[in-house]
Design a protein around this ligand. Structure first.
Ligand SMILES: Cc1cc2nc3c(=O)[nH]c(=O)nc-3n(C[C@H](O)[C@H](O)[C@H](O)COP(=O)(O)O)c2cc1C
Length: 258
């Protein structure tokens, strides 16, 4: 059965769709608009220790730094929906420092950005299974909030090795891309199968209609993060997607609207 109000890492989400990190989620005004919208959670831009300038990057790490979000997170929490802080750094120590500061500020879940090219250059988490094991083990041990790992669209290890490494280190959640490479199963689907129910998968990307969202949720993905459609349409996209999903699900639509 498809759940529209999933529980992920012991946190109840009021709706299974939310913004992807960085999609209208950098400034206080953007984050407040996400909090007031029909989105099932608020996901921040990826946050680094101090402000990060990334000239020319469209989906990079440019953000005003941790102190800015420490001020904003308590205000966002007043809307009562889960608060996911996306975290990035150029060392493991930076990831841990930002994650712990944002956990103390009230983040419910820490999303570790292993998707960004800067992170790959400096931390290179996917250079080997052993190194990935060290990286996620260090993060898991030193971050007190539940940790979610966001994967890059293509990973130079098998997805089975990646999934087993996360499970072995008690990582509860993984963000996987909904797209497929070479026409095979999507990354989200491959990780779901390899993890055998031991990881909650949040699917990222490729969704702009209720029909697309439903097809992905029916695979067993617990929730979906929407990027480009949020940027294009604004936070009103969540009301539209909720309405479209309600029409598909029929009997569940009353639950969706409540
Ligand atoms: C403007 C913009 C900024 C982004 N910034 C980040 C970011 O800070 N951290 C991150 O992990 N992903 C970032 N992304 C990637 C999205 O989170 C998401 O993975 C990607 O857009 C795929 O989803 P889509 O197909 O719905 O666009 C950004 C994307 C966009 C469009």
């Amino acid at each position: 059965m498809t759940h529209m109000t999933p529980i992920i890492a012991n946190v109840r989400f009021p709706f299974s769709l939310m913004n992807a990190a960085g999609a209208l989620s950098t400034t206080r005004a953007e984050l407040l608009a996400q909090a007031r919208s029909e989105s099932g959670a608020v996901v921040t831009k990826s946050i680094t220790p101090t402000s990060f300038l990334d000239p020319g990057a469209q989906c990079g790490l440019e953000n005003p730094g941790t102190d800015y979000y420490v001020e904003v997170i308590p205000e966002l929490r007043q809307w009562g929906k889960p608060m996911i802080a996306s975290v990035a750094g150029l060392t493991i120590e930076e990831f841990v420092q930002v994650a712990q500061t944002l956990t103390q500020a009230g983040a419910d879940l820490i999303e570790i950005n292993l998707n960004d090219p800067h992170v790959h250059t400096h931390v290179n988490p996917f250079q080997s299974v052993e190194h990935l094991d060290e990286v996620v083990s260090a993060l898991r041990r030193q971050i007190s909030a539940p940790v979610a790992i966001k994967l890059p669209a293509t990973v130079p290890l098998t997805l089975s090795d990646v999934a087993h490494t996360l499970v072995r280190n008690d990582i509860p959640v993984v963000m996987c891309h909904n797209t497929s490479v070479n026409g095979g199963p999507s990354q989200a689907r491959a990780v779901l199968e390899a993890a055998e129910g031991k990881l909650d998968v949040i699917g990222v990307g490729g969704v702009s209609t209720g029909a697309q969202a439903l097809a992905i949720l029916q695979q067993g993905v617990k929730a979906i993060q929407v990027g480009s459609a949020v940027v294009k349409e604004g936070v009103g996209v969540f009301a539209r997607l909720k309405h479209e999903l309600g029409e598909f699900i029929g009997a569940d639509s009353a639950k969706l609207a409540s």
